[in-house]
Design a protein around this ligand. Structure first.
Ligand code: 5GP
Ligand code: ZN
Length: 111
């Protein structure tokens, strides 16, 4: 989608540190990490948010997220998974993305 930063990363017009790719999903390091490990998993196709995603893409995104989490060594201590949806949650990029954060303790409830 024109003007979408994450579509730009999918198209390789914009640079990112890509750590996983398959036919449906891309994972890359967050540009402003909030933990020692912080990466994003996105659908290659432009989908605005999780409400717009079908069952297949939701499954594929979570599958990719857990593959990369294991590869990053997060399986033993665990990690935080976040999907911000629309303004109350603070979604700032309107292309669906799953955050995976790890390598430190997290508090609950989130802010
Ligand atoms: P949101 O607030 O929408 O849930 O999260 C958007 C995330 O995308 C933020 O954590 C932000 O740091 C990250 N982000 C925004 N623009 C870019 C970019 O151009 N490259 C990368 N790698 N991450 C980005
Ligand atoms: Zn997009």
């Amino acid at each position: 989608m024109t003007g979408c930063v994450f579509c730009g990363i999918v198209d390789k017009r914009l640079k990112a540190s890509i750590i996983y790719e398959d036919d449906f999903c891309l994972a890359f390091e967050d540009i402003n990490p909030q933990a020692p490990v912080h990466f994003l998993v996105i659908p290659k196709r432009h989908i605005a948010d999780v409400l717009e995603a079908d069952k297949e893409i939701k499954g594929r995104l979570l599958e990719a997220a857990t593959i990369v989490a294991r590869e990053k060594g997060l399986a033993d201590d665990g990690f935080r998974t976040v999907i911000n949806c629309k303004r109350h949650a603070g979604q700032s990029v309107d292309h669906l993305h799953i955050h995976i954060l790890g390598g430190r303790w997290f508090t609950w409830p989130p802010g």
